[in-house]
Design a binder for this molecule. Structure first.
Ligand code: SF4
Length: 237
């Protein structure tokens, strides 16, 4: 059965095919949120671009988590046999930029209006850096996640491309098995894979979900365990 590759992957295919036919290898500033998400993107894109990974994620909930993700990114880049050398630039942790951008939207669910501000903040910094440093393209690994809105990411990228006059590499990395490949590479390189998106609000949301999942656990005899009540209740009640 054929799998839809989506419009953004199709555009990426066309860009790559143009570059290959002209024998060009442009420079690409690749915004990355974490090592697992960048693993597949680096494997795929390093065949066609001279990549610099750009780690700018002020949304991350703590400096400890920020540094842990940076270390994993460094470890992956230094051990992965990419087709061309890959560099890493990690920016200073500045959580105040995120809280300012997301002000008034702290209680939004993941995938809501807070995320749009968060995408815009991270992509704006990437576009600005790409412009100041003469990159041929910029893009982000964020579209590899099945939870992220690729249309929104690509429209923000397009808007910033016009503002900063640097081409945005349209993409939807989850297509063609990209997400699955990132999970395989994460296992192979034993990458730290966090179970929440990044901000403190997504961390709390995930903790609540886990608590719910625990409450709905089913015992071997088919009876649900109500942990909050501390007693067994019949399944389906
Ligand atoms: S859930 Fe993820 S994308 Fe949304 S605001 Fe938090 S860190 Fe950013």
């Amino acid at each position: 059965m054929s799998r839809s590759i989506g419009v953004y992957q199709k555009w990426l295919d066309e860009t790559v095919s143009d570059l290959v036919s002209r024998g060009e290898v442009p420079s690409l500033l690749l915004h990355a949120c974490c090592a697992p998400c960048s693993s597949y993107c680096v494997e795929y894109l390093s065949k066609y671009f001279d990549i610099t990974v750009f780690f700018y994620n002020p949304n991350i909930d703590s400096i400890t988590e920020y540094e842990r993700r940076v270390r994993e990114e460094e470890r992956f880049i230094s051990s992965f046999p990419a087709q061309r050398p890959v560099r890493l630039i990690s920016k200073k942790y500045e959580p105040e930029a995120f809280y300012e951008a997301a002000e008034g939207l702290y209680s939004e669910p993941e995938g809501g209006r807070r995320c749009e501000k968060c995408f815009r903040l991270r992509l704006s910094k990437t576009a600005e850096y790409a412009k100041e440093n003469g990159f041929d393209y910029f893009t982000t690994t964020l579209s590899i996640s099945p939870l992220k809105d690729a249309a929104l990411l690509n429209s923000i990228g397009d808007e910033l491309s016009k503002k900063y006059d640097v081409p945005y590499l349209f993409s939807e990395f989850k297509k063609r098995g990209g997400f699955l490949r990132s999970t395989e590479l994460s296992k192979e390189y034993k990458l730290y894979r966090q179970d929440y998106c990044g901000c403190v609000f997504s961390k709390r949301e995930r903790a609540k979900q886990k608590e719910k999942e625990k409450d709905n656990e089913v015992t071997d005899d088919g009876r649900g365990v109500s942990r909050s009540l501390g007693r067994q209740v019949p399944k389906g009640d």
